[in-house]
Design a protein around this ligand. Structure first.
Ligand code: IMP
Length: 444
């Protein structure tokens, strides 16, 4: 007979591996493609924060799919998809995404599980987000206008309606009436804009709720069971570390924790369940919306990055601001995420540039520093201190072996490794699922 402790150890040794994929810049690092690639080896993919402000673009066999809420594993038929409790959920967007996928023959029902604890994004949250942004003038955050901030505020204020409320019609009506009364008061009397019809909101929630209820599940328990049974799990971060509500360039951030630690809280698994953090980093930098961005370029190189990198938001279509690789910000993000290995994406966008620059320090009030400012409001005054490296002219598009990269491309990657202090385990050399160099697979 095994003692309980031995049984526990045996269970642990059979458990699957859990990998967290996070963006370590300002989002849009190309996480969706990498998550899709890694899902070949997993039993379940989990979204744990954010909402439909995210936009993950996948290109498979030349066909493009943009996902906002549903985890990027959905295109692999055997993979279970989970939306964890840390995600704020807009039901119309979720159902639209499900319908769009199912009309293309991708089965979603039966494979997608949603935490009963997910807070809902209401139409009033979206109106509040937009009213605030238009009143914000120069201080506007440049949000995606999806109601993300107001929905997370209500979560913290214990005012949210959750998926579980859809199962209790009286409770749903009561909680919605209370939230709507407050939201509409602020819309009408503070922002001086039209209120939202509370009756219509309730009718929509009841109607859409009927479709969503069968997807509600105890997702933490499901993930724990999967892991114990030996399935690998992948946790798909949205946005990026510099947009984290605690560790990012506050207040120019999103309203969730985008860093790896939240994979635990936002899915319900304990921190001991995780094995590896893959930090996705673009070979240069981009940012959408307002806020400090020391390496931003306004010249021909900036235009090259925007055009060749097709830098337009996949959720809002807004042009992204582009600049050189910021190793100071990325090093900070490595710290906050406990990154195990890096995946450098969009390396091919740098093809053809004569000289490349990496920001290795900031000049702040006459002094050169090599870490981000302690007082985040000083970020706007930071000027980049660059190191220059030679570029390369050969195309790197679609290269799948490290040795096949131009020597200067390898040198650029080695320098990123050195300055960030973590190995480059993967490199993406094009938009397609097959265009990658895998040095060390996160699931090995
Ligand atoms: P919110 O998340 O809509 O509240 O927007 C807050 C900030 O996060 C804005 O600067 C947005 O542009 C940015 N943001 C939100 N989601 C994404 C994303 O998926 N990629 C890049 N930036 C994002």
């Amino acid at each position: 007979m095994l003692r309980a402790a031995d049984q526990g150890l045996m269970t642990a040794s059979r458990a699957g591996r859990s990998v967290i994929v996070v963006g370590i810049q300002w989002g849009d690092e190309g996480k969706g493609k990498i998550v899709d690639l890694l899902t070949e080896r997993v039993g379940a993919v989990v979204r744990f924060q954010g909402g439909h402000n995210a936009g993950h673009t996948l290109i498979i066999g030349g066909e493009k799919t943009v996902l906002h809420l549903i985890p990027s594993g959905i295109l692999r038929p055997d993979v279970a998809c989970v939306i964890g409790n840390g995600v704020v959920l807009h039901l119309p967007s979720l159902l639209q995404e499900i319908d769009r996928l199912e009309s293309r023959g991708v089965q979603v029902t039966g494979r997608l599980r949603i935490s009963a604890a997910c807070p809902l994004i209401l139409p009033t949250h979206i109106e509040l987000d937009r009213a605030r942004e238009s009143a914000g003038g120069a201080r506007a955050i440049g949000t995606t206008g999806r109601g993300i901030g107001p929905a997370y505020e209500d979560k913290a204020a214990r005012r949210s309606l959750r998926i579980s409320d859809l199962f209790d019609p009286a409770r749903l009506a009561e909680r919605l009436a209370a939230a709507a009364a407050l939201h509409n008061f602020v819309l009408e009397h503070y922002h001086k804009v039209a209120p939202v019809d509370a009756g219509a909101m309730l009718e929509e929630l009841q109607r859409l709720g009927e479709r969503v209820k069968p997807l509600a599940a105890d997702t933490a328990l499901f993930l724990d069971e999967q892991r114990r049974a030996g399935a690998n799990l992948l946790f798909e971060g949205a946005q990026g570390a510099m947009l984290d509500v605690d560790h990012g360039t506050y207040p120019y951030v999103t309203s969730s924790n985008t860093t790896a630690g939240f994979a635990a809280t936002g899915s319900g698994l304990g921190i001991g369940a995780f094995d590896y953090v893959l930090g996705i980093v673009k070979a240069y930098s981009t940012r959408v919306g307002a806020g400090p961005f020391p390496t931003e370029l306004f010249d021909d190189t900036g235009r090259h990055l925007a055009e060749v990198g097709v830098e337009f938001g996949s959720t809002t279509g807004r042009p992204r601001r582009c600049g050189w690789f910021d190793a100071v910000a990325a090093r900070r993000a490595v710290l906050h995420n406990g990154v195990t290995g890096l995946c450098v994406t969009k390396l091919d966008v740098l093809d053809g540039l004569d000289r490349l620059k990496i920001c290795v320090g900031y000049r702040l009030r006459g002094q050169v520093v090599d870490s981000t400012p302690v007082f985040v409001d000083q970020y706007a005054d930071c000027e980049p201190v660059y190191e220059e490296l030679p570029g390369w002219h050969a195309s790197t598009v679609g290269i799948t072996a490290l040795e096949a990269l131009p020597a200067n491309a390898r040198r650029y990657l080695e320098r990123i490794e050195e300055v960030l202090g973590v190995p480059v385990d993967m490199i993406s050399t094009g938009a397609d699922r097959a265009q990658n160099i895998i040095v060390r697979h996160p699931f090995d």
